[in-house]
Write a protein that binds this ligand. Structure first.
Ligand code: NAD
Ligand code: UDP
Ligand code: UDP
Length: 315
């Protein structure tokens, strides 16, 4: 096997994808970044475009793609509720048709393929924390379903391509992840609160703020991606990747205010429908199978992320 591999990253101009492209290049691989720029940003990968081993392609994964690659990371999909609900049919097409095309490509090229699945496959969970064996509690008709059910169908496709066509798959269920290069208008809680705090505008707490999330810093997540991709062909997942330290949304708001020394006030806005009450990964499997666990505390990761947004807002 060549040490340097040709790696396709779909969704490579997005928040997580851009960090992944950078890491793969640093490890000496050739990277083909495929993105339609729906929520991604050229700015995220601009510093990579002069690297000879980096190639950028504007392409929508709902259409077939014929290229020659060794590994595929399938990340293409809007991840923030406001963006995935903007065009729900396109979100479902991206998850389902995108998975079919990427799996068809993996089947033809015999590439190993990684799927960025999500904790949303557990829906509003009735089991806490969530182990991979939990089948979930998703409203199939609600406003989040285009994302949740799309990702669930994509997992089914991955497992069926594996069983039926022997495609080598790796499925990660990613829990809330944050860090530099989130879009300032991304709409997710960490970027919203930081931008609001830095501009001294009201911090928008949806509902009572007692709902919980567990926030993983992006470098920790990528370490998990690499460890999962390096496992033998018999380990396919799904495996939870996330930080098990749980916070209420109100605690997050208070921490962001403290770290930014902001004058912002907390205000309460309506809770969107089907918003999960609590979420915390059970990472027993990742610990044992990948020897992986997150290292970056929320306070430290937030400082890095705040620095990023401070520079961005000043530019
Ligand atoms: P993001 O929105 O920043 O990145 C997604 C990227 O996919 C964007 O660059 C977007 O332009 C691209 N894209 C969307 N539709 C496409 C299409 N049809 N064809 C080609 N490109 C397309 O989001 P992110 O946070 O970087 O998420 C990356 C992946 O990780 C997504 O699949 C998401 O579902 C998954 N995930 C993220 C989180 C998280 O907390 N960040 C949690 C769970 C799962
Ligand atoms: N596909 C692709 N690139 C490839 C091979 C296949 O985009 O290199 C697409 C192809 O358009 C097809 C899908 O992946 O619709 C699924 O491929 P598969 O071989 O499973 O299906 P088939 O071609 O037999 O319908
Ligand atoms: N949230 C909030 N204010 C915001 C954005 C989000 O209170 O400005 C809440 C949201 O209702 C949810 C949690 O924060 O309970 C996480 O939301 P996000 O959109 O970041 O991710 P997800 O709901 O997909 O976990």
């Amino acid at each position: 096997m060549r040490a340097s591999r040709r790696v396709l990253v779909s969704g490579g101009a997005g928040f997580i994808g851009s960090h992944l492209c950078e890491l793969l290049l640093a490890e000496g691989h050739e990277v083909l970044c495929v993105d339609n720029y729906f929520t991604g940003w050229r700015r995220n990968i601009e510093h990579l475009v002069n690297t000879p081993r980096f190639e950028l392609m504007r392409h929508d994964v709902t259409f077939p793609l014929y290229v020659e690659v060794d590994d595929i990371f399938n990340l293409a999909c809007p991840a923030s509720p406001i963006h995935y609900q903007h065009d729900p049919v396109q979100t479902l097409k991206t998850s389902v048709h995108g998975a079919i095309n990427m799996l068809g490509l993996a089947k033809r090229t015999r590439a190993k393929i990684f799927q960025a699945s999500t904790s949303e496959v557990y829906g509003d969970p009735t089991v806490h924390p969530q182990p991979e064996s939990y089948w979930g509690h998703v409203n199939p008709l609600g406003i989040r379903a285009c994302y949740d059910e799309g990702k669930r169908a994509a997992e089914t496709l991955f497992f069926d391509y594996h069983r039926q066509h022997k495609v080598r798959i790796k499925v990660a269920r990613i829990f809330n992840t944050y860090g530099p290069r989130m879009h300032p208008n991304d709409g997710r809680v960490v970027s919203n609160f930081i931008v609001q705090a830095l501009t001294n505008t009201d911090i928008s707490i949806y509902g009572d703020g007692n709902q919980t999330r567990s926030f993983c810093y992006v470098t920790d997540l990528l370490d998990g991606f690499m460890k999962l991709m390096a496992t033998g062909d018999d380990f396919i997942g799904p495996v939870n990747l996330g930080n098990p330290v749980e916070f209420t949304i109100r605690q997050l708001a208070e921490l962001v205010i403290e770290l930014t020394d902001s004058k912002s006030k907390l205000i309460s806005l309506p809770l969107p429908s089907d918003d999960p009450r609590q979420r915390q990964p059970d990472i027993t499997l990742a610990r044992s199978a990948l020897q992986w666990e997150p290292k970056v505390a929320l306070r430290d990761g937030l400082k890095e992320t705040i620095d990023y947004f401070r520079k961005l807002l000043a530019s």
